[in-house]
Design a protein around this ligand. Structure first.
Ligand code: AOF
Ligand code: ZN
Length: 337
């Protein structure tokens, strides 16, 4: 199962909004086949693993390990459960049930009905963590939301003039580029877009550029900002107009809870994860509405004395690291699964 999850990770950044799935086939304690879900819309892990087995006659005496329940539905591809049954695989070991309502236990049932021995829950926690984005998307019907900021030792994220230089260091910033490549979208508020003029792309790492999302209720942001350069798909949520132009898609939000509707719209667009890079206004409104899953904070020894207050951290410390003169602290909700 460890190997299956290792394989699954190769799909990172390519399979969303599908989960990352890997599969290993074992005959007499030897791996005879491997595969993983490589790209959204393409064959599932089990199909690739079964196809990789040279001597298909061994399958009826083999065990198949897969980190997600084999699917039972006709989606972009036919059901994996049917393929497993067709090859009369002896035993199937699964980490997590598929919470997609189209599957949700039906895959397991199909296998059992065909007389296949099924074992569920091996490395369940690791599997949930691996596919935290997919499971959150299914359970909470919204993207997995990561809040990120850098703060001084005395709790500021910027000076009064919004200058936020000298908090994070070059290595931390490079790490953020890696993070950008791992999520479907990246989101900033109006002030961050205006004062930092960020490009929100992946320059200091190798990987795919996320969709850029900016909140600009009253359309105050000037068109010359990097965000509107047309180099990446960009969405601007506002209260004024719906419009699609080559450089930016404007989406009008109705009266009511603005940020909640933004997140609902991201779900409707099947954006499975979003990295929120500030500023404090946007992050605070997400925290207040309980719309978050993970907080990643860089903390430096420098003090500003005054400025723009950092949001209040919540959650449970999940991981920490030292990156040159920054401490990196990662918090999670603690009620994920
Ligand atoms: C599996 N093995 O490798 C994956 C599964 O549109 P489709 O056909 O690609 O189906 C997508 C759904 O299938 C996805 O939402 C999830 O429930 C399941 N993904 N299942 O047996 C795989 N990637
Ligand atoms: Zn499948």
């Amino acid at each position: 199962m460890n190997r299956a999850m290792e394989l699954a990770l190769h799909g990172r950044g390519e399979v969303s909004p599908n989960p990352m799935v890997g599969c290993v086939i074992v005959y007499q304690d030897k791996i005879i086949g491997e595969g993983y879900h490589q790209k959204y819309g393409e064959p599932h892990a089990e199909v690739n693993a079964i196809h990789s087995v040279q001597n298909k006659e061994l399958l009826s005496e083999s065990t198949l390990y897969v980190n997600l329940e084999p699917c039972s539905h006709f989606g972009k591809t036919p059901p994996c459960a049917d393929l497993i049954i067709k090859h009369q695989i002896k035993k199937v070991v699964v980490a997590n049930l598929d919470t997609n309502p189209l599957v949700a236990g039906k895959g397991i049932q199909k296998l059992k009905n065909a007389g296949i021995e099924v074992q569920i829950g091996i490395m369940e926690k690791e599997g949930k963590s691996l596919n935290k984005r997919f499971f959150t998307f299914m359970k909470r019907m919204r993207p997995y939301i990561i809040l990120k900021w850098a703060e001084t030792a005395d709790g500021y994220i910027a000076r009064e003039n919004y200058d936020s230089k000298w908090i994070s260091n070059s290595l931390s910033r490079r790490l953020v580029h890696k993070w950008r490549s791992e999520e479907d979208a990246i989101m900033v508020g109006t002030n961050t877009a205006f004062y930092d003029n960020p490009q929100l792309n992946v320059r200091d790492w190798t990987g795919r550029n996320p969709i850029r999302i900016v909140i600009d209720r009253n359309l105050r942001l000037p068109a010359h900002l990097h965000l509107f350069d047309g180099k990446q798909p960009t969405i601007c949520y506002n209260s004024i107009k719906d419009n699609i132009s080559p450089n930016v898609e404007h989406i009008k939000i109705k009266e009511g809870n603005f940020i909640k509707q933004v997140i609902e719209n991201l779900y409707a667009k099947r954006i499975q994860s979003v990295l929120v890079e500030g500023g404090s206004g946007l992050i605070n409104s997400l925290l207040e509405n309980d719309l978050w899953d993970e907080i990643r904070v860089f903390r430096t020894a420098i003090c500003f004395g005054k400025g723009i207050k950092a949001p209040q951290i919540r959650g449970i410390l999940f991981d920490r690291a030292t990156i040159q003169d920054n401490d990196l602290l990662i918090f999670r909700r603690g009620d994920e699964w």
